[in-house]
Design a protein around this ligand. Structure first.
Ligand code: FES
Ligand code: FES
Length: 223
């Protein structure tokens, strides 16, 4: 029989008391005890960043910490993003950015990328490209080549600074920059997202509020 320890975690603003085994990792407590499966597990060894959450304001890989070590911590996971004060009526600006700038394809890395981006923008609201690349350097993405992830975080920084928001925080049509934003109307018929030989991942243009795209890829409601 394994002794269990009672710990308290405040996750997305809600306090939870859970019993955990001493060897239980924080990521497993979040997913299995709290049933928040938006935080993904890629490697379980600290290499991929899929399990990134924000703990007491810092991005951490939740597979590298025992749950018991996080007793008393405040944790933000992807499920809490849309309830943050800076979130729009449907999505957080970072989620909007990933949607508008095509910052995801399979979406597996996305919750961790969002958390890394959130921690960065809290610390540095006006990051340059190098800052962003450094902030996500512990998060692997096998699909996107990172370029659109960088653009997504830049988009969120602009949105949060109110540089492009013209209607109280909603996203301007086709993104923040008229020169670089993708115009689906004029895209070549043989490209999907505006990128030559794109993989054909989920199209943001097909997405609407509350649909599968947002649930599975941006809201983190996936296994
Ligand atoms: Fe934690 Fe990969 S699952 S870093
Ligand atoms: Fe990043 Fe697939 S691993 S979108």
């Amino acid at each position: 029989m394994t002794d269990e320890t009672e710990i308290t975690l405040t996750v997305n603003g809600t306090e939870h008391t859970v019993e955990v085994e001493p060897r239980q990792l924080l990521v497993h407590a979040i997913r299995e005890e709290l049933d928040m499966t938006g935080t993904h597990i890629g490697c379980d060894t600290g290499n991929c960043g899929a399990c990134t959450v924000v703990k007491d304001g810092e991005p951490i890989k939740s597979c590298l910490m025992f749950a018991a070590q996080a007793d008393g911590a405040e944790i933000l996971t992807v499920e809490g993003m849309e309830d943050l004060p800076e979130a729009g009526p449907e999505l957080h600006p970072l989620q909007e950015g990933f949607k508008e700038e095509h910052g995801l394809q399979c979406g597996y890395c996305t919750p961790g990328m969002l958390m890394a981006g959130k921690a960065l923008l809290d610390e540095n609201p006006d990051p340059d490209e190098d800052d962003i690349r450094e902030a996500i350097s512990g998060n692997l993405c096998r699909c996107t080549g990172y370029q659109n992830i960088v653009k997504s975080i830049e988009y969120a920084a602009d949105e949060l600074e109110g540089r492009t928001a013209t209607d109280g925080g909603a996203v301007a049509e086709n993104g923040r920059d008229a020169e670089t934003a993708f115009d689906s109307e004029s895209a070549d018929a043989d490209t999907f997202c505006g990128v030559e030989d794109c993989c054909g991942g989920p199209s943001a243009d097909d997405a609407g509020p509350g649909d599968q795209f947002e649930r599975e890829y941006l809201g983190g409601d996936s296994e």
